[in-house]
Structures are given as C-alpha cells and as structure tokens.
Design a protein around this ligand. Sequence first.
Ligand code: ASP
Length: 332
Amino acid sequence: MASICAPVSGQDLPRILVIATGGTIAGQEQGGQLTGAQLVEAVPGLADLALIEVEEFSRVGSSAIGPGHWIRLSRRVNRVFESDPSLAGVIVTHGTDTMEETAYFLHLTIEETRPVVMVGSMRNSTAVSADGPANLLAAARVIGHPEVKAQGVLVVLNDEIHSARDVRKTDNNRVDTFVSREFGMLGVVDVDNVVFRRKVTTRHTSVSEVHLLPETTELPDVPLVADFAGNDASLLKAAYESGADAIVVQAFAGGRASPAVREAYEEIVASGVPVVLASRVPEGRVMSDPQGTNDGLVYSGDLPPHKARVLVMLALQRPSSTARLQRLMDTH
Ligand code: ASP
C-alpha cells in the first residue's frame, strides 16, 4: 500500500516511490526493523527534495532474498512505471549482502528509462553515524538529476553512483564497501551537486535483450559451483546430477580449473547442459578456454560468477543455444 509521508514544499517536486525490502538500513541495535515509512521519516531534508511515497515489499535481510523476490520486485517496479507516467523514479532499500544480484536482475528486466536506485547501508539505523539516511538522501538527489535516465539500475552508497552491472561489495564492514573496480563508478553525489562522469555501454533495462517473461513463475535452476585447489569435481557432478538447467563454475584466474573439473565439463556439455565459466578473480575477463579447446563452454567475460548466474537464469526461460548465451554474456 503506497502512502505519502512528506509535507510538500512545492508543486514541482519529483515524485519518488521508495520500496522497502529490509536489510541493515532498516535494522536497529535492539532488534526488529524499521518500516519503509519510518526509514524515510528519519531522513532530514528529504521532504524538501521530493514527494515520497512508500511501499513495504518485505522486511528481511538480503541473505533471505532470492529469485522469487527478484521476480515479484521486477514485476512490481515495471507495473508502477507503466501505471504512473509522472513518477520520477524508484528507490529500493535493500540489504547489501545480495544487493548485487537483485540490482543486476532489475538492471536486465526493468523495461524503462526512468531511474531505479538501490540503497542500503553498512550501519544500522540506530548506530552512531548511521549511513542509511545519507544514502537515501543521495539516492533522491540522483533521481532528480537530468542525466540519470537510461543509465540502468544504479547503486548509491557512500556518495557514489555505481552501475548495477559493475558494482561489487568489497568489504565486510566498512561504509565504502561498494566499488566498481575495473571501470569505475558512474558518478558522485557531492554536497552541492550530483556529477555523472561515465555511461554504461552494455545493454540493460529498456534495451536489454532478456526479459522477465509473463508466464515465468520460477526461474531455471542454475547452481554456482566454486572450484578450489585439489577439487575432485564431486560437487560439480552432484550439481549436474541434481538436474540443473545450467551450471556456473567459479573457476580460477582466466577460467582455469582443476583437472577433474575440466574433465567433468565434457559430459555435462555433451548432455546439453550449458556450463558457464567465470573467474573468482575480481578483475579482467574470461573470454575463452585457457586450457584447451573445450567447445561448448560459455565464458562470462567480466561478469562475476553470481551475476553471470542471474543472466543465465533469465536467458534460459526459453531454450537457448550456447551461441545465444555467449552473445548475452558479451553484451549485457
Ligand atoms: N545483513 C544485511 C543484509 O541484509 C547486511 C546489510 O544490509 O548491509 O544484507
């Protein structure tokens, strides 16, 4: 249920919908979580920037958010945009642990050029110097910026604007945890200005080649299996034998893998189950089989394993050749 919870100081203020899902941003020292409305009310100055409406989606830490939530959230945001042409944008408050997956899923499935900004915090709402209110304020300022359209889903924390595609959580504790390592952030939120310096060049949102299909109730089963030194490939084989629709392998640098894992690829690929090679190393690309000519593998490029998984899950809503999967990896 949407509620308006801010006094209006001008007719022309942009209207923003805040969808609250939970996470540390809503957490309190004494336990329990703030509602979305309470979160918004705690942000000084927000009412001067925008007309805020709030919707409760869930109240959970993001380790409990999964594909079912992604589907519901994406449909909700698309429906809101469709039915409300004057809405300036949507802020999704979300835990930081799986924000990367949810943000990338929305980045691929929101059919819209208006902004969706994901916001979380590293300190809970009752902590000294809680970062949630400042992040929410920054998100609202980003939505009000004229250049924000058609940049895909954004992640705004610590006065930085990141693309959902490139951003990674890099620190377990600190407020500067979100980093777009290789290509950098898109912009910054300064005290007096919002500045964009880079654009996303891969496909997303209104120009994405993948969509959340109307008939989809569940996404394909795509486990992510990490390689490790001395791996006998039993976990990879178990994933395959469980009936997976595709498997993402978190390989070593460049896509290199243990001998047993490499051996297992052959049977899996021959049976028609796509194997996507991604790297556990945070920078650089996996573009080909570094240890031979293993036909039939898909390479994640510079998508990290957990984001490559999101893309494959969306792609496999319909039967897809290896060539299609590869094209999607290369372009999204
Ligand atoms: N445990 C939290 C979560 O929901 C962490 C956070 O929000 O930063 O992901």
